[in-house]
Write a new protein. Structure first.
Lengths: 419, 117
């Protein structure tokens, strides 16, 4: 019964983060929590086809996994650590305890469990690659093989990364705790960065396929979760809005034969109106809070693009103002480059080229692509062809390569004719 | 409570100014007093330069003694603290204060617990 197998898989995938997070609070051990959920899954696969899917699958998974973990602890007579002892003691009354919790209290506790787990996964004592893998594994419920496929890495590499990170959390005593106010901005920044990186890996995929949609969808799922957990953090809402607005253009950005379509040339009827509506509503909510940050401003820039029915109707002055604001709070070379692209639409390609020429972005292929575009518009096809060639050296995937090659060849041909 | 080793590595060839040295000794003293006051102190010590080290190893069942540190790297262990802390966040917080006092990077490593060994 493949439909039911998929359904069971789906329930576990959805409930994984919530369930593992609450078991970690209970037992203080990631491996034990994960093994218990895995065992509950095995039981569900055996039982649900006959007994039917329980009315509240999430609660069933948590209770079953908790009981499996308690059995496991009882079997390991040699386990002396205090946390396990305590869990065992309280575990005997776990059934009644859950019954007593009011819906609201246990709901809040579950949200807090996941929030604590997110901050543990994105702890600064873990390297970025480990943070990403661990977040996808523990909160996204992705299997090691799925993460490996998404990042085009061997499964053993991802498995080692996750095992090492979990070992470090345990050995070094990385706490399961929501950071205090003083450290929150920095720690939250790491969480937002991890979600953004997951999205970007799906969006600017390094594979032969331009867009790995499941990775983008997972990043949005994580961003939605974080927005639910921290509804008062404007940058969290900003990140969610940014991802929704970028994702709304996915269908228009790549043709069926994997050709890249830039924003001005996209068929805007293919944009996802529902996601745009959600993203714009979030941007408006952020504006009302009046506490801008880099993600909110980038979301606002994307909201301006989403507002334009045609590329020609884009309010570039507004976008340029937003880039000036972004430069004030996140003055990176990449932001300066994107500001330059907006400047070209307001003041023309000449001032834009002057603005980006000295940027220290020689290793960034999109920098050369942007220069190439400005040079083309300035009627300097030979220099443009050269810049496209430089961009090709760093092209991330097939669609980008093809796009850059076509433009380089066109520029070179034009240079040959005019030169 | 877990125990952590906070080790300080430095390059003997990179000189430190007399004022910095004096200030650092003073600051480390203050930090040590704070560690004791908050019950985090287990042990601490500064080491003579790595050139004073001697390595002893057993080769074919006999003792071989060599002059100099075990690893011939530029950065050598210069001193360390052993502290007690409830978790890594608390240990990192103390390490940051130690790094500020001794003007050098501090590596934080957990000791194995009895229950893990």
């Amino acid at each position: 019964m493949p439909a039911l197998a998929d359904e069971i898989e789906g329930h576990f995938r959805r409930e994984y983060g919530r369930c593992v997070a609450s078991l970690i609070r209970f037992f203080g051990d990631i491996d034990l929590a994960e093994e218990a959920v895995q065992e509950a899954f095995t039981i569900a696969v055996g039982r649900w086809p006959d007994a039917g899917v329980p009315p509240n699958p999430g609660a069933w998974i948590t209770t079953t996994a908790r009981n499996r973990a308690i059995d496991q602890l009882r079997r390991e007579a040699g386990r002396h650590d205090k946390h396990a002892q305590a869990a065992l003691l309280y575990g005997c009354t776990a059934g009644q305890e859950t019954g007593k919790e009011t819906g609201k209290e246990s709901g809040q506790m579950e949200l807090d469990d996941r929030l604590r787990l997110i901050f543990t996964c994105c702890h600064p004592a873990l390297n970025r690659a480990a943070q990403v893998a661990l977040t996808l594994r523990l909160l996204g419920g992705l299997r090691t093989a799925e993460i490996a496929r998404a990042f085009l890495l061997p499964e053993t590499a991802i498995a080692q990364r996750i095992v090492r990170a979990k070992r470090k959390i345990k050995a070094a005593g990385i706490p399961f705790r929501i950071p205090g106010d003083a450290e929150l901005p920095e720690r939250l920044g790491a969480v937002l960065m991890v979600i953004y990186l997951v999205f970007n890996e799906g969006y600017d995929s390094s594979g032969e396929v331009m867009l790995r949609e499941e990775l983008c969808a997972e990043a949005i799922r994580l961003a939605r979760l974080l927005a639910e957990l921290m509804p008062d953090e404007p940058e969290v809402l900003g990140l969610l809005a940014l991802l929704l607005l970028i994702h709304s253009r996915r269908a228009a950005r790549v043709t069926p034969d994997q050709q890249l379509v830039l924003l001005p040339d996209q068929d805007r009827s293919l944009w996802d109106r529902d996601l745009i509506g959600q993203g714009q509503a979030l941007v408006r909510a952020c504006l009302r809070r009046n506490s801008p940050g880099p993600y909110q401003i980038q979301a606002a820039i994307n909201a301006v693009h989403s507002d334009a029915a045609t590329a020609a109707e884009t309010d570039w002055r507004q976008i340029l103002r937003l880039y000036d604001q972004l430069m004030a709070c996140a003055p990176t070379a990449i932001v300066a480059l994107n500001r330059g692209i907006a400047l070209a639409e307001v003041e023309g390609p000449g001032p834009a080229l002057a603005a980006i020429t000295d940027l220290d972005l020689d290793g960034y292929h999109l920098y050369h692509a942007a220069r190439a575009d400005l040079l083309t518009r300035l009627g300097r096809p030979a220099a443009a062809a050269q810049a496209y060639s430089a961009a090709l050296l760093g092209a991330a995937n097939f669609a980008e390569r093809k796009f850059l090659e076509q433009h380089r060849d066109a520029a070179a041909e034009l240079a040959g004719r005019t030169g | 409570m877990k125990e952590y080793l906070l080790s300080v590595h430095h390059d003997d060839d990179v000189p430190i100014s007399a004022e910095d040295m004096e200030q650092s000794i003073k600051d480390v003293g203050v930090f040590n007093t704070e560690l004791r006051a908050q019950g985090a102190w287990v042990f601490a010590g500064g080491l003579h330069s790595a050139s004073t080290a001697t390595v002893v190893r057993i080769v074919n069942d006999s003792v071989v003694t060599t002059d100099g540190p075990y690893a011939e790297t530029k950065e050598q262990l210069g001193g360390f603290w052993i502290i007690k802390a409830p978790d890594l966040d608390a240990a990192l917080e103390l390490a940051a204060r130690g790094a500020r006092a001794c003007l050098l990077p501090v590596e934080v490593r957990p000791f194995q617990d009895d229950s893990e060994s």
